[in-house]
Design a binder for this molecule. Structure first.
Ligand SMILES: CC(C)(COP(=O)(O)OP(=O)(O)OC[C@H]1O[C@@H](n2cnc3c(N)ncnc32)[C@H](O)[C@@H]1OP(=O)(O)O)[C@@H](O)C(=O)NCCC(=O)NCCS
Length: 207
């Protein structure tokens, strides 16, 4: 396996959306009454544009030109390319979502989670250097690709003379990766959903 690390291009968006969808948008609670799986591509599209509009750094791992993992991050104060265009695209996806039941449900969860994230961030008073979006294709996990992407981002931050980073994660995601990589859990919120509790966290690391 010969993995190459380089910046993403527009042609990678489709694969990135697939990875987002597989990582987070396959939950059972989103099944419709007749058990038909709804098309959740629109969630992944909104998610992608949201993170493109907030990230100053992107890096991806390729196996023979096929994208197999990526990390989006932000350094406080750094310029974000095409921020306005991507925010506008996210807004258009939001409008589209208003017209379907499943879309409205997704927007409700988005705003609920945003409120949780804002309240977690209130307790964090350091520089806002963030890992925004971070996924490795399931077939390529535990081979060192995620930690290499993370190291590229840390090198970018150090180059800008930054000394810490943070990220939001939750009990639906692989937060154990951050435990393994010596991040510290900084704050937690427990939220009750219909049949289960979910936990939301901020993890931090000095670099
Ligand atoms: C988080 C993620 C990007 C890690 O990518 P990865 O390529 O598997 O990570 P690495 O192979 O570099 O793992 C680095 C170390 O963490 C360990 N690790 C990874 N996942 C782990 C887990 N679930 N539990 C315990 N350790 C884990 C690895 O074994 C490795 O340990 P080692 O250095 O002793 O070998 C990947 O699991 C993923 O895409 N998860 C789904 C999306 C997600 O949850 N993203 C992050 C939350 S915001």
């Amino acid at each position: 396996m010969n993995i190459e690390y380089k910046n993403i291009t527009k042609k990678d968006y489709k694969k990135i959306k697939n990875l987002i969808q597989n990582a987070w948008f396959t939950d059972d609670y989103l099944e419709t009454k007749n058990n038909k799986k709804p098309n959740l591509k629109v969630y992944a599209t909104g998610y992608l544009y949201h993170h493109l509009s907030t990230s100053s750094y992107t890096i991806a791992a390729y196996d023979n030109e096929k994208l197999v993992g990526f990390l989006f991050g932000r350094a406080e104060g750094a310029k974000i390319k095409k921020c306005f265009i991507n925010k506008f695209k996210q807004f258009l996806v939001g409008i589209r979502m208003l017209f379907t039941k499943i879309g409205r449900r997704g927007l409700k969860v988005y705003f609920k989670e945003k409120k949780i994230d804002d309240s977690l961030l209130n307790e964090y008073d350091k520089e806002k250097n963030e890992i925004c979006l971070f996924i490795v294709d399931e077939a390529y996990r535990k081979k060192g690709i995620g930690s290499t992407l993370e190291e590229y981002f840390i090198a970018y931050l150090k180059n800008l003379n930054k000394h810490n980073l943070f990220l939001y994660t939750d009990s639906y995601s692989n937060f154990n990766y951050y435990e393994k990589r010596n991040y510290k859990r900084h704050s937690t919120r427990i939220v009750q959903y219909d049949n289960e509790n979910a936990e939301y966290y901020i993890y931090i690391k000095e670099i």
